[in-house]
Design a binder for this molecule. Structure first.
Ligand code: RBF
Length: 177
């Protein structure tokens, strides 16, 4: 594939991710600052089809755009980005085009890594962000765990179903599809 095509695909998927991030909505009222949106799927698709680092580039461009045009909340955007990295990197590195069992194992490790990592990060960030004691964060932990587990499981299932088809559309002449 030409470099120009690759740059164009990164641009299109970053823009697409930025737009679908506007769909964001909370899953649990108790932690309504945690919002689900499907934008990480665009980055995960690119991570699977091209490379993990290309996927992270899409994730970063999407988050910078969303910060500038919509949220203005640097903490929320950083949390969204870190969660996305913790999910996409292990999932895409483990997958690396080596079959269904490996792919599913990659999703499991990705969901576990994002959920575990974000629990720790929320324990540090939430007391400052909401000016609440650490004990309050402990009471929220089941919701934080549930949110991340659900968010990244949904992304995994969607990516599992569509990534080969998307690859077929992006690389119609590639015989390895
Ligand atoms: N997004 C996640 O995917 N997982 C998280 O654990 C997470 N924790 C957050 C904690 C705080 C205090 C904030 C402000 C945001 C957090 N986010 C998290 C990002 C949030 O769900 C949303 O994507 C951003 O706030 C952008 O609207």
């Amino acid at each position: 594939m030409t470099n120009a095509k690759r740059v164009a695909i990164i641009g299109v998927f970053s823009a697409l991710a930025f737009v679908v991030m506007y769909i964001e909505f909370p899953i649990f009222p108790a932690v309504n600052f945690l919002k689900y949106d499907p934008s990480d799927i665009m980055a995960l698709l690119i991570a699977f089809i091209y490379s993990p680092t290309t996927g992270i580039l899409v994730l970063a461009i999407k988050d910078v755009l969303f910060y500038l045009f919509k949220s203005g909340d640097i903490v929320g955007i950083i949390m969204n980005f870190v969660a996305g990295v913790l999910f996409i990197l292990p999932a895409a590195i483990i997958y690396a085009k080596k079959g269904r069992a490996r792919e599913i194992f990659g999703y499991i490790i990705g969901v576990a890594s994002a959920t575990g990592g974000m629990v720790l990060l929320n324990m540090v960030v939430v007391p400052f962000y909401w000016k609440v004691p650490l004990e309050t964060v402990f009471t929220l932990l089941p919701w934080i765990i549930g949110f991340n587990a659900i968010k990244f499981s949904i992304d995994s299932v969607v990516n599992y179903i569509i990534h080969k088809r998307v690859k077929g559309i992006l690389e119609p002449n590639n015989e390895s599809i």
